[in-house]
Design a binder for this molecule. Structure first.
Ligand SMILES: Nc1ncnc2c1ncn2[C@@H]1O[C@H](COP(=O)(O)OP(=O)(O)OP(=O)(O)O)[C@@H](O)[C@H]1O
Length: 314
């Protein structure tokens, strides 16, 4: 039985029990109602009671809310690119990506989706045109590569302590400075909570990793759990914009739904390349369809039309 139905049945029965109990309490001393009272007592004693159902665990992610940055995150100005000048892959592309954009990128295999990402991240230089990045906006990138980079012989806690050693050292210094300069115990206690291990626990907790698991070697973690460590790293510096290349390829359904939920609750923007229709429909609000033939991008709000464009022009 579904949790909601079981809970409803339990609550209805509790209400009914209370109703009978009130009747019994009210007329216990009444001779005229003695038979009714006895009958209700018997009924309550014979009633088969529902157990209060346990709420099933649902995995939830939380991306840290980012500060406001004005202007576009990335602007593509008449960008043309090919790995060699004879084969132009992307042809005169102009698009502005706002901070709150939710863009899904689709296109046939080899159309140039990953290349577009590399251009946006300035890992590649256009042959013509410009990519202008807003230096105030922090951009994070998520690909399968980021899960592969985890050192499985380490625990999530040790891995993050090592990876973000500088940040952790700053927290320790901050802690010491506060201790030395302030005798207010409550204040010290608050800061103490932010010590590295605790800080990392909170960060991992936002992705549903808690308890013993944070100290277990990652080789023992499931694929979904490892991806959650990768998401913790992804959002460590509180990005304003996240670029994802096929994020759902190695995620289980539970993790995909948690990721969609996190995107919905988050105030930053995303651009995602994906073949996963469910994920695209749930996470993106507009779709860039990349034509392999013309090397251009057309924007759609309807995923079906975007797919038609990508396939007809291929
Ligand atoms: N470093 C490179 N040097 C030369 N050609 C490349 C390089 N990287 C990719 N290509 C070629 O550029 C084209 C576009 O590749 P890209 O990976 O951007 O496409 P994609 O749309 O992401 O494809 P897929 O959906 O298969 O991942 C392909 O024909 C690919 O073989």
């Amino acid at each position: 039985m579904e949790y909601e139905t079981a809970l409803k049945n339990y609550e209805n029965q509790q209400e009914e029990i209370q109703h009978h109990k009130r009747f019994i309490d009210r007329f216990r001393a009444s001779a005229a109602r003695a038979a009714s009272v006895q009958s209700r007592i018997k009924m309550l004693n014979a009633m088969e009671r529902f157990q209060k159902p346990e709420k099933p665990f649902t995995l939830e992610f939380e991306f840290p809310q980012c500060s406001h940055v004005s202007g576009d995150v990335i602007s593509l100005r008449n960008v043309t690119f090919g790995y060699n000048s004879k084969e132009i892959l992307l042809n005169g592309i102009s698009q502005n990506i706002g901070l709150d954009s939710r863009i899904g990128v689709i296109g046939a295999n080899g159309a140039g989706k990953s290349t577009l990402i590399s251009l946006m991240l300035e890992q590649l230089k256009p042959i013509k045109g410009d990519v202008v990045r807003n230096r105030k906006a922090r951009i994070a990138v998520f690909t399968q590569h980021h899960i592969d980079q985890l050192d499985l012989s380490m625990s999530p806690m040790d891995f993050l302590l090592a990876k973000f050693a500088d940040d952790c050292r700053s927290l320790i210094y901050l802690f010491i400075v506060i201790i030395l300069s302030n005798n207010n115990k409550q204040y010290i206690y608050n800061i103490e909570e932010k010590r590295p291990a605790e800080y990392i626990r909170n960060k991992l907790g936002a992705f549903g990793l808690s308890g013993e698991i944070v100290n277990q070697r990652m080789v023992f973690l499931s694929g979904g759990q490892k991806s959650r460590v990768a998401f913790t790293i992804l959002t460590w510096e509180i990005p304003h914009f996240i670029i994802m290349d096929e994020p759902t390829n190695h995620l289980d359904m539970e993790t995909i739904d948690a990721l969609i939920g996190a995107i919905h609750k988050w105030n930053g923007g995303i651009l995602v390349v994906s073949h996963d229709q469910h994920f695209l429909m749930s996470a993106a609000k507009k779709f860039w369809s990349l034509s392999i033939k013309s090397g251009t991008i057309e924007e759609f709000v309807d995923l079906g039309k975007a797919k038609d464009f990508a396939s007809h022009r291929a």
